[in-house]
Every structure is written in structure tokens, then in C-alpha cells.
Design a protein around this ligand. Structure first.
Ligand code: BGC
Length: 735
């Protein structure tokens, strides 16, 4: 089937709909026009289970009376030629109570310029039987401020709470210090210091839900504690090594005289602002200074790595080559539990250190050390993890906003509480035979190239910003011989234009060459992390080919960008870095976890059209509405991880673990308790349009949870659209 899903000159985007059914039915079947233009339209049929038992398999039908015809569809088996009958696919036949399934299609209009018709959706699932079901409300709680000195006056609001039935809601509050309140908003003053959890219970008269918010109340002592700062002349070296420490940059707002006490991590201690210390034996030492003003104190730490020049796995050019790749048991179990997922459950995926707490792990999630220990158990000697916690993280979007902010001193915390502990763990000699691949800060430096109109990115472009964080991370990891750092290089659909490509190479090369070890601090760069851009656009290989008198790259879809795929982009990125002075040993990685683009919409040959946009739309395997659509797309599993797939490319890797969401779909989301900063980005809303191009939809899948959470439906779509087919073993790419 040819692909004509999108990218036409869309006259307007309409979201008019007709709901056929009453609340007594098993499901409401809704026909929505997503977009329309003079001669055609795209539409969605949504089947929402409003009954009180699960739907197992569905079939619906519809018929146009104005000459309109459907031309192609996705996410359902559609048969017939007006009337049409659609039945579920394997993965979307079961609709649990309150959930919905949907499928989409494109069609031509009966007469040019007419409004897209909205036909009645029929089918036994859309009617008959059942009793109205009451749905529980969904509670949401917010508070301002959430920290401060006692007495602390706090305003609470539960106005984000929702009820699917539109029932009137009542609210009762328990403020966590024994007092209670009522109402959608409430005010309470905490008189004593302490950590409190305020809980709101939202009721619709018969069912309830709760939400909570934490409040930290502190005591004002009158004395301002000092601020400890630590640095060292070197971060380590070969044993024996003398390291000079300096805490003289520490300060005290009250100008109290300060005293310094040091713990060097090898059993010895010291005093004074600038001691030197001899480390005789190899190891990883956490050095801590405690700075006191006589009343209060503050601490700062750094990690010193001392190697014994002869030990450790020999550093190699390509850590993926001839390596035993680690399998993350946590991801593997989730994949294996999905129908069809067992076929890929033994594949390496990256472990994301996406917050400080991820390093240590929790009772339900493995920490960094747990993974490395498990790698030893597995006999694996290649472990890949992602460094992803910069202050002002994800500055141009909302889905993966992080725990640290530059304005709140996030850079000091990033260094001391995030990078230092990571460096300490990965430098443990116990892991010296594991090639530890560190993927450095996805999306960060590229945002400084293209998104400086966004205030959070502007801030990240300055002091205590992304450059400083990445420099610190590379400096901390570079001395560790078995760590291989790959810095993010976005993807072709973001930086491929000449006007972005050159500045991006300048910026990223500048950061790398500014590190202590310069080019030696990295093994290379990675493209397409967590994105969907194809590895190769098999039928569009020449961006300058003329079709209808215009170059292919000038089509609506490519918008004059010469790089259509990651192979061409990654290889050119490396060439440009080598031209900047990088050694030819640097290698590229391509994240191929979700850029397969198989399934029924994949073209089988190049188009013969002489109309440029038809030619491109019918030939391209990338079926997104727009190359900027990044959230929960209907992509497919791509090439399985493989070393040396192309010259200059070290490996295909799966950095974004397939099945993990890119961001929450629902604008009325509940906070993620682990990552409360994560928000809803409109690019994750299937009903929204691309934020940069309002003429095209986001293409995001519905019902997705917060970024990083397991998204079963998304995983099923990836399996369904896999390319190469999943039964094909890992191996070198066909081209
Ligand atoms: C999320 C992370 C998550 C990662 C991998 C990112 O988008 O922000 O929390 O670990 O994806 O799924």
C-alpha cells in the first residue's frame, strides 16, 4: 500500500465529531475528522468502552452518502468499498472498562471543497445493553509554597481534579499535622518545622480518589550556614599520586571565621583550606571537606580515581565490537511479558540514570551498582547507560523536565550528587573489565543550537548551564579507562540543515575540546536517541534528484534539509568532527530501537509520480506527519543492535528502551511521584498539532503514560511495525 498519510497542504484542522450512542451502551463509537483539505481528509474512529465489562474484539462499520471514499487505513483491518467494515488487529482488540481503541484512515471527498462527511458508526459494540457506570473521580493536588520557614502559610488547590462523568465533586483535606479542611481550594499555616504530606480526598458522592503533596517546613536559626566548595588540581592518576585540594572558595554570608576538616577516603584526615594528600594505592576515593562557622556546617565532596597503570581491560577503539552485551533484567521482564515481546527480550538496552535517586536505586528498581553487579553475573563486558539529569533538562519541551534547575543551584547538585557518585561507582575496580558506555545528556547541546528563543534554554546557554555540566561529566569520566563516552548529536531531522549543522558541530566540538582530555575524553557521538528518524530512506537516496523540476529535498516533508536518514547524517557528522580535529578513531552510534518503519504503510518501491510531494510521500518510509514529531509515534522496532554496521559507525544501539513512553498523552495528567517535574507536552497529545507547524497533527499515540513509564500499547505498535522483520536475526544491514 502506498503511503499518503500526511503532508498535504491542509486547509484547516478540524476536530468536529459526532458521538453515536447513549451512556447505557457498551461503547461510544465516535467518528472524528482530524484534518481535511479540498479533495480529501483524514479521520479517526474511536471506540470507548463505557460499559462495565471488557470488550474482547470489535467490529464497526460506516458508509458515506456523498461520494467520499476511504483510500488507506492504519491500526485496523478495513474491508469493503463503501460501506466499510473495520475489525481490530491483534493488539487493540481488548478494550478494558474506561479505555478506548482507535484507528485512522485517509479518504477522498465526493466533491472538491465540500465539508468532510461525518457518517454514523455502526456495530454491535456501539449499542445495546448495559447499565450506566459511574467512574471514580481523579484527584490532583497542588500547593504553594511547598518549602519555607515556620510559620509557613500554604495555599492548596485540587482544581486539577477531574471526573469522567462530569459529577459534582466535594473535597476534604488532611494537612498532615493533624488538622483538616474542605473545599476545592484551602489554606493552612504550619506552625512547626517538619515534613508533612497533605492529602486531598475527592468524592463524586459514591466513589473517591486521593492525591497528595509534600510540604517541608524549616526553622529559622538566625545563623546562615556556610557554603562549602571543593576543587583539586587533578582528578586522579597512576598510583602513587599527590593531589592538592582547595576549599578556599568556601564562603559564609555572616562572615564568620571558617574551619576546615577533611576525610580523604583512604582512612586519613586533614585540616586547613588547602591540604595536599598522597594516595598510595589504586582505588576510587571520595574526598569530603566539612566547612564549619562554629554553629552550622556544610560539606562538599569530590572523587579521586587512582589507577595502577597495568590493571584494567585494555582500552579498545570500538567497545561494542566482540563484546558480550548486557541485558537489563528489568526491561527484559517487561518486554517478555508482552505478547510477541519474548523475541526481543534478550537484547541490550541502555539503563537511564534519569534522576539522582536512580543511581542508588529503590526497593523496586535496580541502581547503577546493581546493574554492574548483574553484568558481572551475566559475564557481560559491555554495559551502556545514559547520563541524563542536567539542570533545566529538556529545556524546549515539557515531557522530560528534570529535578534540577539552574536557578535553584542545580549545577552544584548535578556535580556533587549526580556526576560524582556515578564516577565513583563506574571507577570501582570491580568493574574494570566491563566496557562501560556512557551516553551523554540527550537533546542538551542541540537545544542550544536551535531553541535559544526559549527562556529555559537561554538560561542553559549561560553560566552553570549545559556546557559546564557536560564538561564536568566528561572530565569526571575521562580518567576512567574502561568508560567510553558518546555525546548526543540529535538527529538529521533536527540538525541536518546547513544552518544548524555547522553551528552544532562548532558548539559540540568546542565543548569536547574544552575538557581536560580534549578529544580523548570521548569515544564518539550518538544520533537519533529516542527518535524515529529512519536509518536509511531506502527509496529516497538522492536529496538533489529533480522531480517535477524541483529537488527532492525541497519537498514539504524535507523542507530543504539534505539529510533524510541517520546513516548519511551520522557519517557526515563524523566527517565534520574529523575536519575539526577529532581523531579518526571517533565512532558514531545510531539508536535504532524505534526507527524501523515497517508494517502495512511501508512503501515497496519508489514512486513514479512526477508531482514532487506525491513522489516523496509515496516513497518515504518515515510515515510521520512531520519530521519534528517526536512523541510516541507509530514507528517500528528497527535494526537490532550490531557493531560496525557502516564505516565510521561503531554500532546500532537501543538507547531508548522500546516500550517506554516519550511523554504523557493526557493534558490532565497526574504527577509522576518519582519525577514530579515531568509534565504534559502538547506534542504528546494525539488531539494537538505539531507545536512548530500547526498544519499537521502530532501523530502521538493515545493513552501514553509519563516519559519512561511502560506503555504496553506503544510496545505493541513497535512490534507490529518492525522492520527488518523481527524473526530476522541481528546482523549487518542490507545496505
Ligand atoms: C525519560 C526518562 C526515561 C527515558 C527512557 C526519557 O524520556 O525522561 O525518565 O528513563 O526516557 O525511557
Amino acid at each position: 500500500m502506498t503511503n499518503r498519510r500526511c503532508n498535504f497542504a491542509i486547509a484547516s484542522i478540524l476536530t468536529i465529531g459526532a458521538i453515536y450512542g447513549t451512556t447505557a451502551q457498551a461503547a461510544t463509537c465516535e467518528y472524528l475528522v482530524n484534518s481535511e483539505w479540498n479533495t480529501g481528509f483524514t479521520a479517526t474512529i474511536k471506540i470507548k468502552n463505557d460499559g462495565n465489562s471488557a470488550i474482547n474484539g470489535w467490529q464497526v462499520g460506516w458508509e458515506y452518502t456523498d461520494g467520499s471514499r476511504m483510500t488507506n487505513s492504519w491500526n485496523a483491518n478495513v474491508t469493503g468499498t463503501n460501506p466499510y467494515t473495520a475489525t481490530n488487529l491483534g493488539w487493540n482488540g481488548n478494550i478494558s472498562v474506561g479505555q478506548s481503541a482507535e484507528f485512522g484512515f485517509q479518504g477522498t471527498k465526493g466533491s472538491t471543497g465540500a465539508n468532510a462527511q461525518i457518517p454514523t458508526v455502526t456495530g454491535s459494540v456501539c449499542g445495546g445493553g448495559g447499565t450506566p457506570t459511574n467512574h471514580a473521580p481523579v484527584a490532583a493536588a497542588q500547593a504553594t509554597p511547598t518549602t519555607g520557614n515556620a510559620p509557613l502559610a500554604v495555599s492548596f488547590s485540587a482544581s486539577g481534579s477531574t471526573d469522567a462523568d462530569g459529577d459534582a465533586l466535594t473535597y476534604s483535606w488532611s494537612f498532615g499535622d493533624g488538622t483538616t479542611g474542605a473545599g476545592v481550594t484551602a489554606a493552612h499555616t504550619y506552625s512547626a518545622a517538619g515534613d508533612y504530606t497533605a492529602v486531598v480526598t475527592v468524592s463524586d458522592g459514591s466513589l473517591t480518589d486521593t492525591a497528595s503533596v509534600n510540604i517541608a517546613v524549616t526553622t529559622e536559626t538566625g545563623n546562615t550556614p556556610p557554603n562549602a566548595v571543593i576543587s583539586s588540581d587533578v582528578r586522579g592518576g597512576k598510583a602513587p599520586v599527590v593531589v592538592a585540594f582547595d576549599a578556599s572558595g568556601s564562603s559564609d554570608a555572616d562572615n564568620d571565621p571558617l574551619t576546615y576538616s577533611w576525610v580523604f577516603g583512604d582512612g586519613s584526615t586533614g585540616t586547613g583550606p588547602t591540604p595536599s594528600h598522597l594516595f598510595s594505592d589504586p582505588g576510587s576515593y571520595v574526598v569530603t571537606v566539612t566547612v564549619s562557622d562554629g554553629q552550622d556546617s556544610d560539606q562538599a565532596s569530590t572523587t579521586i580515581t587512582v589507577t595502577d597503570g597495568s590493571s584494567g581491560a585494555a582500552r579498545v577503539d570500538n567497545p561494542f565490537r566482540d563484546a558480550v552485551w548486557y541485558v537489563n533484567p528489568e526491561w527484559s521482564a517487561k518486554a517478555a511479558a508482552e505478547p510477541g515481546g519474548a523475541s526481543i527480550a534478550d537484547i541490550n538496552t541502555a539503563v537511564w540514570m534519569d534522576r539522582i535517586a536512580a543511581i542508588e536505586g529503590t526497593s523496586t528498581a535496580m541502581g547503577l551498582r546493581d546493574h554492574l553487579n548483574e553484568a558481572l553475573v551475566q559475564g557481560a563486558n559491555m554495559f551502556m547507560f545514559v547520563v541524563y539529569d542536567l539542570p533545566n533538562r529538556d529545556c524546549n519541551a515539557l515531557a522530560s523536565n528534570g529535578e534540577l534547575l539552574i536557578a535553584e543551584g542545580g549545577m552544584a547538585r548535578y556535580k556533587a550528587e549526580y556526576i560524582d557518585p556515578i564516577a565513583e561507582i563506574v571507577s570501582d575496580p570491580a568493574y574494570q573489565n566491563i566496557r562501560i558506555v556512557a551516553i551523554i545528556e540527550i537533546d542538551s547541546l542541540p537545544n542550544l543550537v536551535t531553541n535559544l528563543d526559549v527562556p529555559a534554554c537561554q538560561e542553559a546557554n549561560g553560566d552553570d548551564g549545559y556546557r559546564e555540566g557536560i564538561t564536568y561529566a566528561l572530565n569526571a569520566l575521562a580518567p576512567i579507562d574502561n568508560v567510553y563516552a558518546y555525546v548526543d548529536a540529535a538527529h538529521s531531522g533536527w540538525l541536518g540543515w546547513d544552518s544548524n549543522f555547522g553551528p552544532a558541530v562548532d558548539l559540540i566540538a568546542g565543548v569536547v575540546t574544552g575538557t581536560d582530555e580534549g578529544w580523548s575524553s570521548i569515544a564518539g557521538f550518538i544520533t537519533n536517541t529516542a527518535n524515529y528518524t529512519p536509518t536509511v530512506e531506502a527509496y529516497l537516496t538522492n536529496p538533489n534528484l529533480n522531480v517535477g523540476g524541483q529537488p527532492v529535498r525541497s519537498s514539504n516533508f524535507y523542507e530543504w534539509n539534505s539529510y533524510f536518514d541517520e546513516k548519511s547524517y551520522a557519517q557526515e557528522f563524523r566527517n565534520k568532527m574529523i575536519a575539526k580535529g577529532a581523531p579518526s578513531t571517533i565512532g558514531m552510534l545510531i539508536d535504532t530501537g524505534r526507527n524501523g518503519w515497517g508494517g502495512t504503510g511501508r512503501p515497496g518501491s519508489v514512486s513514479s509520480s512526477s508531482d514532487l510531494n506525491t513522489y516523496v510521500n509515496d516513497s518515504r518510509i518515515d510515515r510521520r506527519y512531520h519530521r519534528g514529531n517526536w512523541c510516541n509515534q507509530s514507528g517500528g522496532i528497527g535494526y537490532k543492535p550490531w557493531a560496525d554496521p557502516y564505516p565510521g559507525v561503531d554500532a546500532f544501539v537501543w538507547v531508548k528502551p522500546p516500550g517506554e513512553s516519550d511523554g504523557v498523552a493526557d493534558p490532565d495528567f497526574e504527577q509522576d511521584p518519582d519525577d514530579p517535574a515531568k509534565q504534559h507536552d502538547p506534542m504528546c497529545n494525539p488531539a494537538s498539532n505539531n507545536t512548530d507547524n500547526p498544519n499537521v497533527g502530532t501523530g502521538a499515540l493515545a493513552d501514553a503514560p509519563h516519559a519512561g513509564r511502560w506503555f504496553s500499547k506503544g510496545f505493541q505498535v513497535l512490534l507490529e511495525n518492525a522492520y527488518p522483520p523481527l524473526d530476522q536475526p541481528a546482523g549487518p544491514p542490507a545496505q
